[in-house]
Ligand binder design. Sequence first.
Ligand code: UGA
Length: 441
Amino acid sequence: MKITIFGTGYVGLVTGACFAEAGNDVLCVDIDEDRIAQLNDGDVPIYEPGLEDMLACNMDEGRLRFTTDAAEGVAHGQFQFIAVGTPPDEDGSADLQHVLAVARTIGEHMDDYRVVVNKSTVPVGTADRVHAAVLEALEAQGLDVDFDVVSNPEFLKEGDAIDDFMKPDRIIVGAERPGAVELMRDLYAPFNRNHERLIFMDVRSAELTKYASNAMLATKISFMNELSNLAERLGADIEEVRRGMGSDPRIGYHFIYPGCGYGGSCFPKDVQALARTAREAHYEPELLDAVEAVNHRQKRHLVRRIRHHFDDNLEGLTFALWGLAFKPNTDDMREAPSRVIMEALWDAGARVQAYDPEAQDEAARLYPDESALELCGSPYDALEGADALIICTEWQVFRSPDFERVQRLLREPLIFDGRNLYDPEKMLAAGFVYYGIGRGE
Ligand code: UGA
């Protein structure tokens, strides 16, 4: 099948690579000339395990191409995917200007039936606006061409995106007309194996499903973070509580890990955007607001513990920080807890020696002039002469370090662990002062 994808960001690239991998003829379009030149040179601008190889292999096979030519893009695919960014506005709502610009472009160049598929995370009602934008562009040229607008939200997790696309739990498709339903069924047939993964529904429900899923996951995390704060005050261990709760299949073990707050480009943005949508619909989203507020507070939790430990005086101290990315297996630092923690430490007059396996270039880009940030060559380099270690991301390499070496390198055997990587009793026995999340004051 012929597929065009507008937007070569994270979602667009993964979608393009995976559709090509399934044997389709894919053309990716972006207005950013540098980015397209880079991609044509085989240079992948984001870090995602497996993506670079998959792109290279499908480009070699001639199933995947990149262009800045929108007219060529519209002419190419029966399926026109919109996978451009929807950054939050100042008020927290999703900014749709790029999505609607692509819709207009499609309308301007379309001379035959097309399925316009919305993959970007967009507020409920956006498909109607996309429909109107395509129609307006067609009418401006006096054209009457048939098309469908379909909502097909993505559920990719950074770091697992290829697997999530190739072996999805579910494929949500919001489509109103039977013809579009059948085309989408054919398109996704290669990914719909073993049991039925396609779930068809009306367009608005599909749009809401995306936000609802992320908001539910964010709620689970904030709920556990709230409980972890309570556990600290009650002398309980949240990790035991988590195991006990997760064993109930109605609750489940997934996404109930307490920590230093959720980050990334999705949960914070989507919870806020859904709250905003609720208000626009004259509904007060009390739970969503609380999810957001708890997360905001949780990102500062370790800072409060650190301040308390040092009697509120961090001036002149040096902190080793392991993990800059908002989660493992990505170089993404958007809304990362590490940023809130580092910025608070700098404000208090402390220095940070940080190590992350992938996100150091991103940190250098975000904080080019920050003299109180030193990016180190290894986890152990970051420890040298530091007054304490802070852990913000649960990268595999941090899970079982050489604790004797850690102790030798640190000035004090002191760890603030935002991801509960270690056993508090063992740490105590090894001579560390160890603070986790929700495991004792
Ligand atoms: C999230 C969703 O998991 C995907 O299903 C969705 O498609 C994607 O957003 C999106 O909307 O594009 P992602 O942001 O890549 O994916 O990352 P997650 O693995 O969900 O982690 C989000 C944050 O929650 C991380 O900061 C992580 O550390 C935190 N988290 C996760 C916890 O604090 N505790 C947990 O138990 C799980």
